[in-house]
Structure formats: structure tokens, C-alpha cells
Design a protein around this ligand. Structure first.
Ligand code: GDP
Ligand code: IMO
Ligand code: MG
Length: 420
């Protein structure tokens, strides 16, 4: 049986904290897509930890963590992360497993990401520049190196062949940076990877499922960044939605049980692209300041705005969400007035559907207004104690998106979560 936790907005919904909270209920936590573009924040022994590739269940001694074949893996980042996790006394050689079909990010992928973004100029995606796009392009273009390849005697030859191919592309971009330092640390990290548990991910996970083990699939990014259904081209290069769990781990759709969708009580986006409810004013500033909305991977300020129920209803549909986890509700504690977007007006017509090209469409968001709750909710532990105004806000969202908000997260710490 497999449950899923994934983001319903443009990423950074707080998935890391929520996976860490639920991890003790599962035997296995499995990342199914994305790569080091993700930054999942959790608190361990009161210390803030940001994970990029290792699943957020790693700090639970009895939980197995798997990096699935749908991930693009940067050996250098992984080595660093393993060292970080080891500093908390966690033995990654015991409870971290990586699928051999996982595609590798090589140094020239990072160079290509930079070159491509530079060439785009004003219309750049705002990529995290971790090599995600070029690496997935090599996967679908059938050129990629995969983790299992590092065990082959011909790995270096295969690597050089791929680098030459990339070099030609980089020459076209007039990219002349020296990547020899990146290469040195890449090969050091590949040596380290050889000491980890590299497994046949699809057999491994299916055997565990057949033995009655409970799996939690952890998504990265958010559904509005999905390569097919997100705000293309301002998206990432993988399927971030629940369908990606099957291809990213090698499990059949009927094995999926609950899909927990994580959304903030408001909305943020980092990087370029459309964001209809964005607030370019002091309210947006206040959300950024109170919510500490700065990218966990790049440190960039996140764009902030009101919750967008048009987008949320869409992503609930795409994912088959069974339960909603609403995070960062406490960030709204001091706001007198709140708005939720219930429709878009496009060319004078109201719609509750996401248009084909959100970027090229003039969208006026329509709002329903709510009075804020104006009290500190960070210490609450029971749903009965939630302020009335918050209950009204949440119950409106429930009705609109037709999925129940089943948990409210009221602070960054593991125990700051209320079951509804
Ligand atoms: P992820 O990528 O979805 O895991 O989210 P990030 O870690 O990038 O960003 C979420 C940020 O919000 C992190 O700094 C978390 O520590 C923090 N956070 C998560 N849940 C809550 C919450 O309920 N309240 C507050 N105030 N912060 C939260
Ligand atoms: P987590 O898992 C928020 C955004 C980037 C950029 C676009 C493409 O922490 O929620 P890429 O590096 O994939 O080529 O960037 O996607 N993006 C994220 N935004 N959270 C993330 O991950 C993101 N991963 C990528 O800012 O706009
Ligand atoms: Mg993040």
C-alpha cells in the first residue's frame, strides 16, 4: 500500500515537515521525481535541516528511505547531504537505498542549465540552475547516464562521450566557463556513491509492498510546476503530480491509496511565470516577512499572494487528492483581512478553470473576503480551539475544492500540527 504526499501549488508548501511528521507511520519513504532543485526543510533536535535529494524520513531510525528512478541525482549534492545526515548519527548505509535506474546529473548539465537560462534573458524560467532540465532532456533523449552505470568498467568512457556531446551544445551557447573543478568533485562523489545501497528499485519496492510494508511517496516541487499540467514553460522538467509516483518508483496505480496534498494557507512562487494572486504591495511584503519566504535551495525571495482556489481545485483534480494538509496557517495570525481567489475574469468572462496559457492571458482574480482571526495560533493542539474565523476560512476552502482539509500546520516544528 502506497500513500502520497505532494505539493499542490508552486512548491515549498512545507512537504518536508509534513513527510517528517507522518514518517513514523510508514516503513518506507520514497522520493519519486525532481532532484536537487528541491529544498525540504525539517527540524531535527531543534536544528533546521534542508534536504534536497534524500527523502524526509531519513531522521527516523527505523524507516527505509528510497531515491526512486524518477529522480535526477547529483552525486556531489548527495555526498554532502549524506555527510550532513551522518552528523546527526544516521547511518545512510543502513537506511538509504537508491534505484539503479536513477538518472545522473553531470557537471555539464549544470553548465547547460546556466547557458540556456542566460540565453533566454528576460524570459528565463528562473531555474535553480541545478541541471534539472538538461538532465531530464538526456533521459527522454536517451543519452543519459544512470546510477547503475557507475558500476560498469566503461563508466568513464561513457561519461566522456556524453561530455563531448554537451561540449558541442555549450560551444553554440558560447559558454566558456572552466568546469574542471566540478568534474573533480563529481568523480570523488561517484566513488562515494559506489559505497551506498544501489538496488533494483522497482523489485525492491514491490517486494516490500507485497510483504505488507507501508510506503509513503514524497513529491518535490508542486503540481503547478508539473511539466505537462503546470504553467508551461515556467515549470520544472518532471511530472510532479501523483501519476509520477507510478513511473518514478515502478509501482502500479492500484497500489496508491491516500493522496495527501499540501497547500499553504496563502500562496508563494519562486522564479518566473504567471501568478494571478500575487501581491506586489505591502501585504505581499508582510507575507514574505512573517512567513520567512525565502527559497530553501537558492535563498531567493519568494513571491507571495493570496490562496488561489482555481489553481487548487485544478491540482486536487489532477492528483486525486483525498486529504488536504494546510500549512503555515499561523502566518496569517496577524492579518486583519484575508482574501481567497474563487474565479478568474478573462476578457470579461468569469471562469473557475485554468486557461491553456496562463502567462499570455490577462487574468483578473476574483476574491471572497474573510475577516482574519487575529490571534496567536502557534500553540494550539486541538481542533476545538481553532478560532471561529479560521474555521470559517477552512470550511469555505473545503467546500470549494471538494476535498477535506484534514490537518492544519501551525508552525515549522514537527509537533505543530492539528488534526481536523
Ligand atoms: P517544501 O519544499 O515543500 O518542503 O517546503 P520548504 O522547506 O521549501 O519551505 C517551507 C518553509 O516553511 C520552511 O522554512 C518550513 O520550516 C516552514 N514551515 C513549514 N510548515 C510551517 C508552518 O505550518 N508554519 C510556519 N510558520 N512555517 C512552516
Ligand atoms: P520544492 O521541492 C519551489 C522552480 C524554480 C523555477 C522552476 C524550474 O522545494 O518545493 P528547475 O530548477 O526545476 O529547472 O526550476 O521551478 N522550482 C521550485 N520552486 N520549490 C521547489 O522545490 C522548486 N524546484 C524548482 O524556481 O521557477
Ligand atoms: Mg522547498
Amino acid at each position: 500500500m502506497v500513500d502520497v504526499i505532494l505539493g499542490l501549488q508552486w512548491g515549498d508548501e512545507g512537504k518536508g515537515k509534513i513527510v517528517d511528521y507522518f514518517a513514523p507511520q510508514y516503513d518506507i519513504i520514497a522520493r519519486f521525481q525532481g532532484g536537487p532543485n528541491a529544498g525540504h526543510t525539517l527540524y531535527v533536535e531543534d536544528k533546521k535541516v534542508v534536504l534536497h535529494q534524500i527523502p524526509s524520513g531519513i531522521f527516523h531510525q527505523n524507516t527505509i528511505n528510497i531515491i526512486g528512478n524518477g529522480v535526477v541525482l547529483d552525486p556531489v549534492t548527495l555526498k554532502r547531504e549524506c555527510e550532513l545526515v551522518a552528523s546527526f548519527g544516521i547511518d545512510v548505509k543502513k537506511n538509504l537505498f537508491i534505484a539503479q535506474r536513477t538518472n545522473l546529473i553531470v557537471p555539464t548539465h549544470r553548465a547547460l542549465d546556466r547557458a540556456s537560462e542566460m540565453q533566454k534573458g528576460e524570459s528565463k524560467i528562473g531555474s535553480t540552475l541545478k541541471g534539472i532540465g538538461p538532465s531530464y532532456m538526456d533521459k527522454t533523449g536517451r543519452n543519459a547516464l544512470r546510477l547503475g552505470d557507475i558500476m560498469s568498467k566503461s563508466f568513464t568512457t561513457q561519461y566522456i562521450k556524453l561530455r563531448l556531446k554537451h561540449q558541442k551544445l555549450l560551444d553554440n551557447f558560447h559558454f566558456i566557463d572552466d568546469i574542471s573543478d566540478w568534474e573533480e568533485e563529481f568523480f570523488e562523489a561517484v566513488d562515494f556513491l559506489r559505497t551506498l545501497n544501489i538496488v533494483n528499485g522497482e523489485y525492491f519496492i514491490n517486494e516490500e509492498i507485497n510483504n505488507g510494508k507501508k510506503v509513503l511517496a514524497e513529491g518535490a516541487q508542486g503540481s503547478m510546476l508539473d511539466i505537462d499540467f503546470g504553467t508551461f514553460p515556467f515549470v520544472t522538467s518532471s511530472n510532479t503530480i501523483s501519476a509520477g509516483v507510478c513511473t518514478g518508483l515502478g509501482i502500479a496505480p492500484q497500489k496508491i491509496n491516500e493522496v495527501l496534498g499540501v497547500t499553504k494557507a496563502y500562496c508563494t512562487r519562486v522564479g518566473g511565470g504567471p501568478f494571478p494572486t500575487e501581491l506586489n504591495n505591502e501585504t505581499g511584503e508582510a507575507l514574505r516577512k512573517i512567513g520567512n519566504e525565502f527559497g530553501a535551495t537558492t535563498g531567493r525571495p519568494r513571491r507571495c499572494g493570496w490562496i488561489d482556489l482555481v489553481a487548487l481545485k485544478y491540482t486536487v483534480m489532477l492528483n486525486g487528492v483525498t486529504k488536504i494538509v494546510m500549512t503555515k496557517a499561523d502566518v496569517l495570525d496577524s492579518f486583519q483581512d484575508l482574501n481567497v481567489c474563487t474565479a478568474y475574469t478573462i476578457k470579461g468572462e468569469q471562469t473557475d478553470k485554468i486557461p491553456f496559457q496562463l502567462m499570455q492571458t490577462d487574468v483578473i482574480p476574483e476574491y471572497k473576503h474573510f475577516t482574519g482571526w487575529n490571534c496567536d495560533t502557534t500553540g494550539l493542539i486541538k481542533k476545538e480551539n481553532l478560532p471561529d474565523a479560521m474555521q470559517q476560512y477552512v470550511s469555505f476552502i473545503n467546500q470549494y475544492i471538494k476535498a477535506p482539509v484534514s490537518y492544519i500546520s501551525n508552525g515549522p516544528q514537527r509537533e505543530q500540527i492539528i488534526k481536523i
